[in-house]
Ligand binder design. Sequence first.
Ligand code: G4P
Length: 538
Amino acid sequence: MIQEELLKKRRTFGIISHPDAGKTTLTEKFLLFGGAIQTAGAVKSSKIKKSATSDFMEIEKQRGISVASSVMGFDYKGYKVNILDTPGHKDFAEDTYRTLTAVDSVILVIDCVKGVEEQTRKLMDVCRMRHTPVIIFINKLDREGQDPFDLLDEIEKELNIHTRPLSWPIGMGSSFKGVYNLFEKKLQLFSPGKNKLTDEVYQINDLNSSELDAHIGDKPAKKLREDADLIEGVYEPFDKELYLEGYLAPVFFGSAINNFGVKELLDTFVQIAPEPQSRQTDLREVMPAEDNFSGFIFKIHANLDPNHRDRIAFCRVVSGRFERNKFYKHTRLDKKFRFSSPTSFMANEKSVIDEAYPGDVVGLYDTGNFKIGDTLTEGEMINFKGIPSFSPEIFKELINKDPMKTKQLEKGILQLTDEGVAQLFSRQPGNIKIVGTVGELQFDVVQFRLLHEYGASCEFRPLNYQKACWFTTTDKKALADFSLIKGHHIVKDKEGRLVFLADSMWSVQMAQSNYPSINFYFTSEFKNADETAVIGKY
Ligand code: G4P
Protein backbone atom coordinates (compact mmCIF):
# COMPACT_ATOMS: atom_id res chain seq x y z
CA MET A 1 0.00 0.00 0.00
CA ILE A 2 1.13 3.53 -0.71
CA GLN A 3 1.48 5.31 2.62
CA GLU A 4 -1.60 7.20 3.62
CA GLU A 5 0.53 10.04 4.92
CA LEU A 6 2.16 10.50 1.55
CA LEU A 7 -1.19 10.79 -0.18
CA LYS A 8 -2.59 13.16 2.44
CA LYS A 9 0.24 15.57 1.76
CA ARG A 10 -0.17 15.84 -2.01
CA ARG A 11 -2.23 18.39 -3.88
CA THR A 12 -2.55 18.41 -7.65
CA PHE A 13 -4.58 21.25 -9.08
CA GLY A 14 -5.05 23.65 -11.95
CA ILE A 15 -5.43 27.41 -11.96
CA ILE A 16 -8.00 28.44 -14.54
CA SER A 17 -9.28 31.78 -15.73
CA HIS A 18 -10.37 33.82 -18.65
CA PRO A 19 -7.20 35.33 -20.20
CA ASP A 20 -5.87 38.34 -18.31
CA ALA A 21 -7.71 37.68 -15.07
CA GLY A 22 -4.35 37.01 -13.38
CA LYS A 23 -3.70 33.27 -13.61
CA THR A 24 -0.01 33.63 -14.46
CA THR A 25 0.51 36.22 -11.76
CA LEU A 26 -1.17 34.06 -9.13
CA THR A 27 0.80 30.98 -10.21
CA GLU A 28 3.98 32.96 -9.86
CA LYS A 29 3.10 34.13 -6.37
CA PHE A 30 2.38 30.54 -5.32
CA LEU A 31 5.79 29.52 -6.63
CA LEU A 32 7.37 32.37 -4.68
CA PHE A 33 5.74 31.14 -1.48
CA GLY A 34 6.85 27.62 -2.28
CA GLY A 35 10.41 28.84 -2.75
CA ALA A 36 10.41 27.34 -6.25
CA ILE A 37 11.32 30.70 -7.76
CA GLN A 38 13.08 33.61 -6.15
CA THR A 39 11.93 36.60 -8.12
CA ALA A 40 8.63 37.85 -9.41
CA GLY A 41 8.53 37.80 -13.21
CA ALA A 42 10.30 34.44 -13.48
CA VAL A 43 7.32 32.58 -14.88
CA LYS A 44 6.68 35.04 -17.65
CA SER A 45 10.30 35.53 -18.56
CA SER A 46 10.70 31.79 -19.04
CA LYS A 47 7.86 31.86 -21.56
CA ILE A 48 9.72 34.46 -23.56
CA LYS A 49 13.00 32.58 -23.37
CA LYS A 50 11.38 29.45 -24.74
CA SER A 51 9.86 31.30 -27.64
CA ALA A 52 13.19 32.78 -28.57
CA THR A 53 14.74 29.34 -29.04
CA SER A 54 12.25 27.81 -31.40
CA ASP A 55 10.41 28.79 -34.49
CA PHE A 56 7.25 27.04 -33.51
CA MET A 57 7.12 29.03 -30.36
CA GLU A 58 7.51 32.18 -32.44
CA ILE A 59 3.82 31.75 -33.10
CA GLU A 60 3.25 31.98 -29.42
CA LYS A 61 5.51 34.96 -29.00
CA GLN A 62 4.00 36.86 -31.87
CA ARG A 63 0.52 36.32 -30.61
CA GLY A 64 1.48 36.96 -27.04
CA ILE A 65 -0.21 33.92 -25.62
CA SER A 66 0.89 30.77 -23.93
CA VAL A 67 0.43 27.84 -26.30
CA ALA A 68 1.78 25.15 -24.06
CA SER A 69 0.56 24.15 -20.66
CA SER A 70 3.09 22.79 -18.25
CA VAL A 71 3.48 21.46 -14.76
CA MET A 72 5.04 23.16 -11.79
CA GLY A 73 5.73 21.40 -8.55
CA PHE A 74 6.79 22.87 -5.23
CA ASP A 75 6.82 22.11 -1.52
CA TYR A 76 4.77 24.18 0.89
CA LYS A 77 4.32 23.57 4.61
CA GLY A 78 5.06 19.89 4.22
CA TYR A 79 2.75 19.48 1.22
CA LYS A 80 3.90 18.52 -2.26
CA VAL A 81 1.92 20.82 -4.51
CA ASN A 82 1.63 20.27 -8.26
CA ILE A 83 0.18 23.10 -10.35
CA LEU A 84 -0.89 22.09 -13.81
CA ASP A 85 -0.80 25.20 -15.91
CA THR A 86 -3.49 25.66 -18.53
CA PRO A 87 -3.42 27.92 -21.55
CA GLY A 88 -6.01 30.65 -21.08
CA HIS A 89 -6.42 31.43 -24.76
CA LYS A 90 -9.70 30.05 -26.04
CA ASP A 91 -8.16 28.50 -29.14
CA PHE A 92 -6.38 26.10 -26.83
CA ALA A 93 -9.41 25.34 -24.72
CA GLU A 94 -9.31 21.67 -25.56
CA ASP A 95 -5.81 21.41 -24.11
CA THR A 96 -7.15 22.99 -20.95
CA TYR A 97 -10.13 20.63 -20.77
CA ARG A 98 -7.78 17.66 -21.00
CA THR A 99 -5.46 19.04 -18.37
CA LEU A 100 -8.47 19.30 -16.07
CA THR A 101 -8.80 15.50 -16.25
CA ALA A 102 -5.44 15.25 -14.50
CA VAL A 103 -6.16 17.55 -11.55
CA ASP A 104 -8.01 16.87 -8.32
CA SER A 105 -9.24 20.43 -7.82
CA VAL A 106 -9.01 23.90 -9.32
CA ILE A 107 -8.60 27.51 -8.33
CA LEU A 108 -10.67 29.77 -10.54
CA VAL A 109 -9.44 33.35 -10.90
CA ILE A 110 -12.00 36.06 -11.66
CA ASP A 111 -11.21 39.69 -12.42
CA CYS A 112 -13.34 41.83 -10.06
CA VAL A 113 -13.80 44.45 -12.79
CA LYS A 114 -14.91 42.07 -15.51
CA GLY A 115 -16.70 39.41 -13.48
CA VAL A 116 -17.65 36.15 -15.18
CA GLU A 117 -16.30 35.98 -18.76
CA GLU A 118 -16.75 33.58 -21.66
CA GLN A 119 -13.87 31.23 -20.87
CA THR A 120 -14.78 31.23 -17.19
CA ARG A 121 -18.15 29.78 -18.14
CA LYS A 122 -16.77 27.06 -20.39
CA LEU A 123 -14.09 26.01 -17.94
CA MET A 124 -16.58 25.81 -15.12
CA ASP A 125 -18.86 23.65 -17.27
CA VAL A 126 -16.02 21.16 -17.56
CA CYS A 127 -15.34 21.32 -13.82
CA ARG A 128 -18.99 20.78 -13.01
CA MET A 129 -19.17 17.86 -15.39
CA ARG A 130 -16.38 16.17 -13.45
CA HIS A 131 -17.53 17.44 -10.01
CA THR A 132 -14.11 19.03 -9.56
CA PRO A 133 -13.85 21.00 -6.30
CA VAL A 134 -13.38 24.72 -7.01
CA ILE A 135 -11.98 27.57 -4.93
CA ILE A 136 -12.62 31.03 -6.36
CA PHE A 137 -10.11 33.87 -6.10
CA ILE A 138 -11.52 37.27 -6.98
CA ASN A 139 -8.53 39.26 -8.17
CA LYS A 140 -7.50 42.87 -8.80
CA LEU A 141 -9.17 44.36 -5.74
CA ASP A 142 -6.76 47.27 -6.13
CA ARG A 143 -9.00 48.32 -9.03
CA GLU A 144 -12.52 49.71 -8.91
CA GLY A 145 -14.52 46.56 -9.48
CA GLN A 146 -18.09 45.42 -9.11
CA ASP A 147 -19.80 45.23 -5.76
CA PRO A 148 -18.73 41.97 -4.07
CA PHE A 149 -22.29 40.85 -3.39
CA ASP A 150 -23.19 41.46 -7.04
CA LEU A 151 -20.11 39.52 -8.12
CA LEU A 152 -21.08 36.53 -6.00
CA ASP A 153 -24.64 36.65 -7.35
CA GLU A 154 -23.29 36.73 -10.89
CA ILE A 155 -20.97 33.78 -10.18
CA GLU A 156 -23.77 31.72 -8.65
CA LYS A 157 -26.13 32.46 -11.50
CA GLU A 158 -23.75 32.24 -14.42
CA LEU A 159 -21.54 29.42 -13.21
CA ASN A 160 -24.28 27.46 -11.56
CA ILE A 161 -22.39 26.83 -8.33
CA HIS A 162 -23.05 27.84 -4.73
CA THR A 163 -20.53 30.17 -3.18
CA ARG A 164 -19.40 30.92 0.34
CA PRO A 165 -17.11 33.89 0.95
CA LEU A 166 -14.33 33.01 3.38
CA SER A 167 -12.82 36.46 3.22
CA TRP A 168 -14.45 39.81 2.55
CA PRO A 169 -13.01 42.96 0.98
CA ILE A 170 -13.03 46.30 2.74
CA GLY A 171 -13.46 48.90 0.01
CA MET A 172 -12.11 48.52 -3.49
CA GLY A 173 -9.78 50.30 -5.88
CA SER A 174 -8.39 53.50 -4.40
CA SER A 175 -10.30 52.95 -1.15
CA PHE A 176 -9.27 49.30 -0.80
CA LYS A 177 -8.18 48.76 2.79
CA GLY A 178 -7.77 44.99 2.95
CA VAL A 179 -9.79 41.88 3.66
CA TYR A 180 -11.34 40.34 6.71
CA ASN A 181 -10.99 36.58 6.95
CA LEU A 182 -14.45 35.49 8.08
CA PHE A 183 -13.24 31.99 8.77
CA GLU A 184 -10.22 32.75 10.91
CA LYS A 185 -11.45 36.16 12.07
CA LYS A 186 -8.32 37.94 10.96
CA LEU A 187 -8.01 41.42 9.52
CA GLN A 188 -5.45 41.72 6.81
CA LEU A 189 -4.41 45.24 5.85
CA PHE A 190 -3.55 46.05 2.26
CA SER A 191 -0.34 47.71 1.26
CA PRO A 192 0.73 47.64 -2.38
CA GLY A 193 4.01 45.92 -3.24
CA LYS A 194 4.88 43.19 -5.67
CA ASN A 195 7.62 41.46 -3.80
CA LYS A 196 6.49 41.53 -0.22
CA LEU A 197 5.69 38.09 1.10
CA THR A 198 3.56 38.85 4.14
CA ASP A 199 0.77 41.23 4.98
CA GLU A 200 -0.06 43.06 8.17
CA VAL A 201 -2.51 40.76 9.96
CA TYR A 202 -4.55 41.32 13.16
CA GLN A 203 -6.68 38.84 15.01
CA ILE A 204 -10.08 40.48 15.53
CA ASN A 205 -12.49 37.94 16.92
CA ASP A 206 -15.29 40.42 17.54
CA LEU A 207 -16.12 42.74 14.68
CA ASN A 208 -17.81 45.09 17.15
CA SER A 209 -14.51 45.77 18.84
CA SER A 210 -13.26 49.35 18.49
CA GLU A 211 -9.93 47.89 17.38
CA LEU A 212 -11.48 47.46 13.94
CA ASP A 213 -12.29 51.20 13.71
CA ALA A 214 -8.77 52.00 14.81
CA HIS A 215 -7.27 50.00 11.95
CA ILE A 216 -9.55 50.87 9.05
CA GLY A 217 -11.57 53.92 10.13
CA ASP A 218 -15.16 54.33 11.33
CA LYS A 219 -17.00 54.27 8.03
CA PRO A 220 -15.30 51.20 6.52
CA ALA A 221 -15.67 49.44 9.90
CA LYS A 222 -19.42 50.14 9.92
CA LYS A 223 -19.76 48.87 6.35
CA LEU A 224 -17.80 45.70 7.13
CA ARG A 225 -20.05 44.99 10.13
CA GLU A 226 -23.15 45.38 7.96
CA ASP A 227 -21.66 43.22 5.20
CA ALA A 228 -20.65 40.53 7.67
CA ASP A 229 -24.20 40.44 9.11
CA LEU A 230 -25.61 40.12 5.61
CA ILE A 231 -23.17 37.32 4.75
CA GLU A 232 -24.10 35.37 7.86
CA GLY A 233 -27.77 35.84 7.01
CA VAL A 234 -27.54 34.95 3.33
CA TYR A 235 -24.87 32.26 3.03
CA GLU A 236 -24.80 28.85 4.65
CA PRO A 237 -21.73 28.16 6.82
CA PHE A 238 -18.83 26.70 4.86
CA ASP A 239 -19.25 22.96 4.41
CA LYS A 240 -16.09 21.15 3.34
CA GLU A 241 -17.97 18.10 2.12
CA LEU A 242 -20.05 20.19 -0.27
CA TYR A 243 -16.85 21.80 -1.54
CA LEU A 244 -15.24 18.39 -2.09
CA GLU A 245 -18.29 17.24 -4.01
CA GLY A 246 -18.00 20.28 -6.29
CA TYR A 247 -21.26 21.94 -5.19
CA LEU A 248 -19.92 24.79 -3.11
CA ALA A 249 -17.04 27.11 -3.96
CA PRO A 250 -15.31 28.98 -1.16
CA VAL A 251 -14.41 32.51 -2.29
CA PHE A 252 -11.36 34.64 -1.46
CA PHE A 253 -10.64 38.22 -2.46
CA GLY A 254 -7.23 39.71 -3.13
CA SER A 255 -4.74 41.20 -5.52
CA ALA A 256 -2.30 38.76 -7.04
CA ILE A 257 0.05 41.38 -8.40
CA ASN A 258 0.37 42.92 -4.94
CA ASN A 259 0.71 39.51 -3.38
CA PHE A 260 -2.30 40.32 -1.29
CA GLY A 261 -4.60 37.59 -0.07
CA VAL A 262 -2.47 34.99 -1.84
CA LYS A 263 -0.92 33.40 1.21
CA GLU A 264 -4.26 32.91 2.97
CA LEU A 265 -5.61 31.38 -0.24
CA LEU A 266 -2.68 28.97 -0.42
CA ASP A 267 -2.89 28.13 3.29
CA THR A 268 -6.59 27.32 3.04
CA PHE A 269 -6.09 25.50 -0.23
CA VAL A 270 -3.56 23.01 1.19
CA GLN A 271 -5.82 22.41 4.17
CA ILE A 272 -9.09 21.79 2.39
CA ALA A 273 -8.26 20.72 -1.18
CA PRO A 274 -8.56 17.01 -1.92
CA GLU A 275 -5.63 14.61 -1.94
CA PRO A 276 -5.02 12.52 -5.09
CA GLN A 277 -8.30 10.91 -6.08
CA SER A 278 -9.25 7.59 -7.60
CA ARG A 279 -9.93 7.34 -11.34
CA GLN A 280 -12.38 5.20 -13.28
CA THR A 281 -11.25 2.71 -15.93
CA ASP A 282 -13.26 0.60 -18.36
CA LEU A 283 -13.14 -2.27 -15.86
CA ARG A 284 -12.91 -0.85 -12.37
CA GLU A 285 -12.09 2.14 -10.20
CA VAL A 286 -8.38 2.47 -9.42
CA MET A 287 -7.54 3.72 -5.93
CA PRO A 288 -4.41 5.81 -5.32
CA ALA A 289 -3.22 3.66 -2.42
CA GLU A 290 -3.00 0.49 -4.53
CA ASP A 291 0.45 -1.07 -4.76
CA ASN A 292 0.64 -1.33 -8.50
CA PHE A 293 1.52 1.66 -10.58
CA SER A 294 -1.01 3.01 -13.07
CA GLY A 295 -1.31 6.31 -14.88
CA PHE A 296 -2.66 8.00 -17.99
CA ILE A 297 -1.38 10.40 -20.61
CA PHE A 298 -3.29 13.68 -20.65
CA LYS A 299 -0.98 15.84 -22.69
CA ILE A 300 1.71 15.44 -25.29
CA HIS A 301 4.18 18.19 -25.88
CA ALA A 302 6.18 18.36 -29.07
CA ASN A 303 9.87 18.86 -28.72
CA LEU A 304 10.48 22.45 -29.47
CA ASP A 305 13.90 21.76 -30.88
CA PRO A 306 13.45 20.79 -34.55
CA ASN A 307 16.63 18.64 -34.40
CA HIS A 308 14.98 16.29 -31.95
CA ARG A 309 11.72 14.82 -33.09
CA ASP A 310 10.86 13.22 -29.75
CA ARG A 311 8.01 14.45 -27.63
CA ILE A 312 7.16 14.54 -23.96
CA ALA A 313 4.06 12.68 -22.88
CA PHE A 314 2.69 13.94 -19.56
CA CYS A 315 1.57 11.05 -17.40
CA ARG A 316 -0.57 11.58 -14.32
CA VAL A 317 0.23 8.89 -11.76
CA VAL A 318 -3.05 7.46 -10.47
CA SER A 319 -1.89 4.62 -8.22
CA GLY A 320 1.19 2.93 -6.81
CA ARG A 321 4.78 3.95 -7.33
CA PHE A 322 6.21 4.84 -10.70
CA GLU A 323 9.87 3.80 -11.05
CA ARG A 324 12.52 4.76 -13.52
CA ASN A 325 13.75 1.93 -15.81
CA LYS A 326 10.94 -0.42 -14.87
CA PHE A 327 8.86 -1.98 -17.66
CA TYR A 328 5.26 -0.81 -17.86
CA LYS A 329 2.43 -1.99 -20.04
CA HIS A 330 1.06 0.40 -22.63
CA THR A 331 -2.39 -1.14 -22.65
CA ARG A 332 -3.64 0.22 -26.00
CA LEU A 333 -0.63 -1.19 -27.83
CA ASP A 334 -0.33 -4.20 -25.49
CA LYS A 335 3.41 -3.55 -25.40
CA LYS A 336 5.92 -2.98 -22.64
CA PHE A 337 7.94 0.21 -22.36
CA ARG A 338 10.70 1.31 -20.02
CA PHE A 339 11.58 4.93 -19.34
CA SER A 340 15.20 5.73 -18.64
CA SER A 341 14.82 9.44 -18.08
CA PRO A 342 11.40 10.27 -16.68
CA THR A 343 11.21 13.93 -15.86
CA SER A 344 9.65 15.90 -13.09
CA PHE A 345 9.04 19.60 -13.19
CA MET A 346 9.87 22.02 -10.42
CA ALA A 347 8.83 25.49 -11.56
CA ASN A 348 11.17 26.21 -14.43
CA GLU A 349 13.50 23.30 -13.80
CA LYS A 350 13.22 19.86 -15.32
CA SER A 351 15.00 16.98 -13.66
CA VAL A 352 15.22 13.23 -14.08
CA ILE A 353 13.47 11.38 -11.28
CA ASP A 354 13.68 7.83 -9.96
CA GLU A 355 10.16 7.55 -8.67
CA ALA A 356 6.81 9.31 -8.55
CA TYR A 357 3.57 8.89 -6.60
CA PRO A 358 -0.16 9.39 -7.10
CA GLY A 359 -0.94 12.98 -8.00
CA ASP A 360 2.48 13.52 -9.55
CA VAL A 361 2.96 14.24 -13.21
CA VAL A 362 5.85 12.56 -14.96
CA GLY A 363 7.22 13.63 -18.32
CA LEU A 364 8.01 10.60 -20.49
CA TYR A 365 10.14 10.91 -23.61
CA ASP A 366 8.21 9.44 -26.49
CA THR A 367 9.04 8.70 -30.08
CA GLY A 368 5.45 8.51 -31.23
CA ASN A 369 3.95 5.66 -29.22
CA PHE A 370 1.57 7.69 -27.12
CA LYS A 371 -1.79 9.22 -27.78
CA ILE A 372 -3.79 11.39 -25.43
CA GLY A 373 -5.72 9.13 -23.08
CA ASP A 374 -3.31 6.17 -23.17
CA THR A 375 -2.93 4.07 -20.03
CA LEU A 376 0.21 2.62 -18.43
CA THR A 377 0.03 -0.17 -15.87
CA GLU A 378 2.15 -2.94 -14.35
CA GLY A 379 0.38 -5.41 -16.61
CA GLU A 380 -3.34 -5.10 -15.91
CA MET A 381 -5.30 -4.51 -19.13
CA ILE A 382 -7.35 -1.49 -18.14
CA ASN A 383 -7.99 1.85 -19.84
CA PHE A 384 -8.63 5.06 -17.95
CA LYS A 385 -11.81 6.84 -18.91
CA GLY A 386 -12.77 10.46 -18.82
CA ILE A 387 -10.37 11.94 -21.36
CA PRO A 388 -12.81 12.55 -24.16
CA SER A 389 -12.46 14.58 -27.30
CA PHE A 390 -14.96 17.43 -27.35
CA SER A 391 -16.76 18.63 -30.41
CA PRO A 392 -14.55 20.99 -32.43
CA GLU A 393 -16.06 24.28 -33.52
CA ILE A 394 -14.17 24.96 -36.76
CA PHE A 395 -13.72 22.43 -39.55
CA LYS A 396 -11.46 22.65 -42.61
CA GLU A 397 -10.44 20.28 -45.34
CA LEU A 398 -6.74 19.49 -45.37
CA ILE A 399 -5.34 19.94 -48.85
CA ASN A 400 -1.97 18.54 -49.80
CA LYS A 401 0.02 21.11 -51.72
CA ASP A 402 2.92 18.84 -52.58
CA PRO A 403 1.98 15.36 -53.91
CA MET A 404 5.61 14.26 -53.53
CA LYS A 405 5.22 14.62 -49.77
CA THR A 406 1.95 12.74 -49.33
CA LYS A 407 3.50 10.21 -46.93
CA GLN A 408 5.03 12.91 -44.76
CA LEU A 409 1.72 14.75 -44.65
CA GLU A 410 -0.15 11.58 -43.61
CA LYS A 411 2.35 10.78 -40.91
CA GLY A 412 2.51 14.36 -39.70
CA ILE A 413 -1.22 14.87 -39.40
CA LEU A 414 -1.63 11.55 -37.59
CA GLN A 415 1.07 12.44 -35.08
CA LEU A 416 -0.14 15.99 -34.52
CA THR A 417 -3.67 14.82 -33.91
CA ASP A 418 -2.37 12.11 -31.53
CA GLU A 419 -0.83 14.97 -29.59
CA GLY A 420 -4.24 16.61 -29.45
CA VAL A 421 -3.34 19.70 -31.47
CA ALA A 422 -6.48 19.14 -33.54
CA GLN A 423 -8.91 16.35 -34.41
CA LEU A 424 -8.88 14.43 -37.65
CA PHE A 425 -11.90 13.03 -39.46
CA SER A 426 -12.05 11.29 -42.81
CA ARG A 427 -14.84 11.26 -45.33
CA GLN A 428 -15.42 8.73 -48.08
CA PRO A 429 -15.24 8.45 -51.00
CA GLY A 430 -11.92 10.03 -51.76
CA ASN A 431 -10.48 9.81 -48.26
CA ILE A 432 -11.04 13.52 -47.66
CA LYS A 433 -9.22 14.67 -44.53
CA ILE A 434 -11.10 17.07 -42.32
CA VAL A 435 -9.35 18.82 -39.45
CA GLY A 436 -11.44 20.12 -36.57
CA THR A 437 -10.31 22.55 -33.87
CA VAL A 438 -11.75 24.89 -31.29
CA GLY A 439 -9.80 27.88 -32.61
CA GLU A 440 -8.33 29.33 -35.80
CA LEU A 441 -4.89 29.48 -34.27
CA GLN A 442 -4.52 25.71 -34.29
CA PHE A 443 -4.71 25.64 -38.08
CA ASP A 444 -1.66 27.90 -38.16
CA VAL A 445 0.07 25.61 -35.70
CA VAL A 446 -0.75 22.50 -37.77
CA GLN A 447 0.34 24.12 -41.03
CA PHE A 448 3.54 25.45 -39.51
CA ARG A 449 4.48 22.20 -37.83
CA LEU A 450 3.67 20.03 -40.86
CA LEU A 451 6.04 22.15 -42.90
CA HIS A 452 8.84 22.52 -40.36
CA GLU A 453 8.76 19.09 -38.76
CA TYR A 454 7.59 16.88 -41.62
CA GLY A 455 8.48 18.91 -44.72
CA ALA A 456 4.87 18.73 -45.91
CA SER A 457 3.08 21.79 -47.18
CA CYS A 458 -0.66 22.06 -46.95
CA GLU A 459 -3.50 24.49 -47.02
CA PHE A 460 -6.97 24.48 -45.53
CA ARG A 461 -10.32 24.91 -47.19
CA PRO A 462 -13.04 26.15 -44.83
CA LEU A 463 -16.06 23.89 -44.44
CA ASN A 464 -19.46 24.89 -43.28
CA TYR A 465 -19.76 22.56 -40.28
CA GLN A 466 -20.17 23.71 -36.70
CA LYS A 467 -20.54 20.65 -34.58
CA ALA A 468 -19.30 17.08 -34.44
CA CYS A 469 -21.65 14.49 -32.95
CA TRP A 470 -20.47 10.98 -32.44
CA PHE A 471 -23.35 8.57 -33.03
CA THR A 472 -24.24 4.95 -32.53
CA THR A 473 -27.21 2.81 -33.44
CA THR A 474 -28.24 -0.80 -33.73
CA ASP A 475 -30.96 0.14 -36.21
CA LYS A 476 -29.44 -0.71 -39.59
CA LYS A 477 -32.31 0.76 -41.55
CA ALA A 478 -32.11 4.10 -39.75
CA LEU A 479 -28.36 4.16 -40.33
CA ALA A 480 -28.83 3.47 -44.04
CA ASP A 481 -31.49 6.21 -44.34
CA PHE A 482 -29.44 8.70 -42.37
CA SER A 483 -26.34 7.92 -44.45
CA LEU A 484 -28.28 8.36 -47.66
CA ILE A 485 -29.70 11.72 -46.70
CA LYS A 486 -26.74 13.11 -44.80
CA GLY A 487 -23.94 11.28 -46.62
CA HIS A 488 -21.85 14.37 -47.10
CA HIS A 489 -21.94 15.04 -43.36
CA ILE A 490 -20.96 11.59 -42.19
CA VAL A 491 -17.31 10.95 -41.42
CA LYS A 492 -15.19 8.73 -39.23
CA ASP A 493 -12.83 9.80 -36.49
CA LYS A 494 -9.34 8.32 -36.15
CA GLU A 495 -10.66 5.38 -34.20
CA GLY A 496 -13.16 4.60 -36.94
CA ARG A 497 -16.19 5.80 -34.98
CA LEU A 498 -19.04 7.37 -36.90
CA VAL A 499 -19.40 11.11 -36.58
CA PHE A 500 -22.10 13.44 -37.88
CA LEU A 501 -20.72 16.87 -38.86
CA ALA A 502 -23.65 19.22 -38.52
CA ASP A 503 -23.85 22.69 -39.97
CA SER A 504 -25.86 24.02 -37.04
CA MET A 505 -27.24 23.04 -33.68
CA TRP A 506 -30.64 23.07 -35.37
CA SER A 507 -29.65 20.30 -37.77
CA VAL A 508 -28.45 18.22 -34.82
CA GLN A 509 -31.86 18.64 -33.22
CA MET A 510 -33.56 17.74 -36.49
CA ALA A 511 -31.45 14.60 -36.82
CA GLN A 512 -32.26 13.67 -33.22
CA SER A 513 -35.98 14.00 -33.78
CA ASN A 514 -36.00 12.38 -37.23
CA TYR A 515 -33.89 9.40 -36.15
CA PRO A 516 -34.89 8.51 -32.58
CA SER A 517 -33.15 5.15 -32.81
CA ILE A 518 -29.77 6.84 -33.38
CA ASN A 519 -27.94 8.09 -30.30
CA PHE A 520 -25.99 11.32 -30.74
CA TYR A 521 -23.18 12.40 -28.40
CA PHE A 522 -21.15 15.58 -28.09
CA THR A 523 -17.96 13.99 -26.84
CA SER A 524 -16.06 10.98 -28.07
CA GLU A 525 -16.61 9.22 -24.76
CA PHE A 526 -20.24 8.66 -24.43
CA LYS A 527 -20.97 6.40 -21.54
CA ASN A 528 -21.76 9.20 -19.15
CA ALA A 529 -25.05 10.98 -19.71
CA ASP A 530 -23.91 13.96 -17.59
CA GLU A 531 -21.05 14.73 -19.91
CA THR A 532 -23.07 14.76 -23.05
CA ALA A 533 -25.66 16.98 -21.45
CA VAL A 534 -23.15 19.59 -20.35
CA ILE A 535 -20.90 19.68 -23.36
CA GLY A 536 -23.87 19.61 -25.62
CA LYS A 537 -24.36 23.29 -24.87
CA TYR A 538 -21.22 24.30 -26.81
P1 G4P B 1 -3.49 35.52 -17.25
O1 G4P B 1 -2.35 34.60 -16.98
O2 G4P B 1 -4.76 35.12 -16.56
O3 G4P B 1 -3.71 35.83 -18.69
O4 G4P B 1 -3.17 36.94 -16.57
P2 G4P B 1 -1.79 37.56 -16.08
O5 G4P B 1 -1.36 36.99 -14.78
O6 G4P B 1 -0.83 37.59 -17.20
O7 G4P B 1 -2.32 39.03 -15.75
C1 G4P B 1 -2.93 39.85 -16.73
C2 G4P B 1 -2.66 41.31 -16.40
O8 G4P B 1 -3.28 41.64 -15.17
C3 G4P B 1 -1.18 41.62 -16.23
O9 G4P B 1 -0.97 42.94 -16.69
C4 G4P B 1 -1.00 41.57 -14.73
O10 G4P B 1 0.10 42.34 -14.29
C5 G4P B 1 -2.31 42.17 -14.27
N1 G4P B 1 -2.67 41.78 -12.89
C6 G4P B 1 -2.58 40.57 -12.30
N2 G4P B 1 -3.02 40.64 -11.00
C7 G4P B 1 -3.38 41.93 -10.80
C8 G4P B 1 -3.89 42.62 -9.66
O11 G4P B 1 -4.08 42.09 -8.58
N3 G4P B 1 -4.16 43.96 -9.85
C9 G4P B 1 -3.95 44.60 -11.02
N4 G4P B 1 -4.23 45.90 -11.08
N5 G4P B 1 -3.45 43.97 -12.10
C10 G4P B 1 -3.17 42.65 -12.00
P3 G4P B 1 -0.31 43.23 -18.07
O12 G4P B 1 -0.22 44.71 -18.18
O13 G4P B 1 -1.06 42.50 -19.14
O14 G4P B 1 1.08 42.53 -18.00
P4 G4P B 1 2.39 42.98 -17.19
O15 G4P B 1 3.02 43.98 -18.08
O16 G4P B 1 1.96 43.56 -15.89
O17 G4P B 1 3.15 41.73 -17.06
